[in-house]
Write a protein that binds this ligand. Structure first.
Ligand SMILES: Cc1cc2nc3c(=O)[nH]c(=O)nc-3n(C[C@H](O)[C@H](O)[C@H](O)COP(=O)(O)OP(=O)(O)OC[C@H]3O[C@@H](n4cnc5c(N)ncnc54)[C@H](O)[C@@H]3O)c2cc1C
Length: 416
């Protein structure tokens, strides 16, 4: 069933009796050509592009809970491609281009909203770094504008420009950046994959891998053994735990990241505003809530809830940037688990076990990568070769010292 304005009108006039479930609820088959573990954004996008671009229909996505219950439905929805390094910038711009055509592509309203992403700077040195990053973006054909203090003031006059510790000296604006309704991304990809024959199997936890003579033959699950020609793992915050079942120790630590939403307010923010020095980022949802977040919790954890010192820290960051935010009531907050890689960049690669592939290490920036990650992982699973924009995302970069250290701050997950 295709969605359209005409269909919405027809259903509105006929009691909404014609809507069907957007994806099936199939029982697992004994064997698939390709199994994708993890029904988050990356796993579902992988299955979608496997079917759509690479013509692989005998595919299943295995999800231990419900699709959209992980980080894909827990993030602060920011999309951008304002990266500096060669290993990253073409990949994230590929993702941005896919976001721009996504809703037409999978015929689902994901509310892609390119309202702009503004990174504020507070020192002359930071402005120089932003100029360099903006120039690198432009060399890669990406939009970037360097604003001075007055330019920022015109966009967001309510900011605290004279904060003694972090005075606002300007900002780097990516006008094509913005936000996307996060859970709709999971639903849109799920529906598109299902329409092309992919089985999406929820409540099916992978509990082990069947590996014989170094070859992965399938997975043990809470619904029995499922055989596979190839297995792709895309379980985000559970990367370390799941790959341990295949005997792999990853260069990854898991941390909680929290998000916050205020009560609905009148339109206030021009787009996304980020304040790196205080580690605070904020946008406004279409319902009016201020959606904001800050730094990861400082200890390793698999609990999907955060601690109060970070709540205080994020709220202090918000207040010092936008004093008026203190008058808004906080409606909800929650946490998700981040698989923090040691250089802050992801991994999309084969493993030492034949026919077992891995996608992870997205840290707290993987939502914007969802379309490109899905496409690149599908490319790797279907062809055996990395996608041209993801050639740097190899495991062996940690052994060879070829880190993609985007922030240039050293290999400490708690500094990402
Ligand atoms: C608070 C917060 C804010 C964020 N803000 C942003 C942002 O603004 N912009 C941005 O780009 N990124 C952001 N991120 C990061 C981004 O959300 C993640 O990097 C990205 O969503 C991870 O990929 P995913 O969607 O596939 O993960 P998930 O949705 O977590 O998918 C993984 C799935 O694997 C399943 N799974 C785990 N173990 C098993 C198993 N054994 N068997 C079967 N299934 C299993 C899980 O249930 C889960 O559904 C944020 C994250 C959080 C938590």
């Amino acid at each position: 069933m295709r969605y359209s304005g005409f269909k919405v009108l027809k259903e509105a006039l006929t009691g909404h009796k014609g809507w069907k479930p957007a994806w099936r609820d199939p029982a697992p088959k004994p064997h698939y050509d390709i199994l994708v573990i993890g029904g988050g954004g990356h796993g579902l996008a992988t299955a979608y592009y496997l079917a759509k671009v690479f013509g692989k229909a005998n595919v299943a996505v295995l999800e231990k809970g419900w699709i959209g219950g992980g980080n894909v439905g827990r993030n602060t929805t920011i999309i951008r491609s304002n990266y500096l390094l060669d290993g990253n910038e073409p990949f994230y711009e590929f993702s941005m281009k896919l976001w721009e055509g996504l809703e037409q592509d999978f015929n689902f309203n994901a509310m892609v909203s390119q309202r702009g992403v503004l990174n504020l700077c507070h020192t002359d040195a930071q402005r120089d770094a932003f100029r360099r990053r903006g120039n690198a973006m432009r060399l890669n054909g990406v939009d970037a504008e360097l604003l001075d203090t007055e330019g920022v003031r015109r966009m967001a006059p309510f900011l605290n420009f004279e904060n003694a510790r972090f005075p606002i000296k300007g900002g780097l604006l990516q006008p094509r950046g913005g936000t996307v309704r996060h859970d709709a991304v999971a639903w849109g990809y799920a529906r598109g994959a299902d329409m092309r024959g992919v089985d999406i199997i929820q409540n099916c936890e992978v509990t082990g891998f069947r590996i014989e003579n170094g070859i992965c033959k399938g997975v043990e699950t809470t619904r029995g053994f499922i055989g596979a020609g190839k297995v792709g793992v895309a379980v985000a915050g559970s990367s370390g735990r799941v790959m341990a079942k295949a005997g792999m120790r990853l260069p990854i630590e898991s941390h909680v990241l929290q998000a916050f939403v205020s009560e609905g307010l009148k339109p206030l923010l021009p787009g996304v505003i980020t304040y790196g020095a205080g580690h605070f980022y904020v946008s406004q949802s279409d319902k009016g809530g201020l959606v904001f977040g800050g730094d990861i919790d400082g200890y390793n954890s698999y609990a999907q809830r955060g601690n109060l010192p970070v709540v205080e820290d994020v709220c202090e960051g918000g207040m010092s940037l936008m004093p008026m935010i203190g008058r808004a009531k906080l409606l909800r907050m929650w946490g998700g688990i981040m698989d923090m890689s040691m250089d802050g960049s992801p991994i999309i690669d084969r493993t030492d076990t034949e026919r077992l592939y891995f996608n992870g290490g997205w840290c707290y920036g993987g939502f914007k990568a969802t379309p490109a990650s899905g496409w690149a992982f599908a490319h790797l699973l279907a062809t055996g070769n990395p996608h041209e924009t993801a050639t740097a995302y190899r495991f062996d970069r940690f052994r060879k010292g070829l880190m993609i250290d985007e922030k240039g701050m050293g290999a400490q997950p708690n500094l990402h």
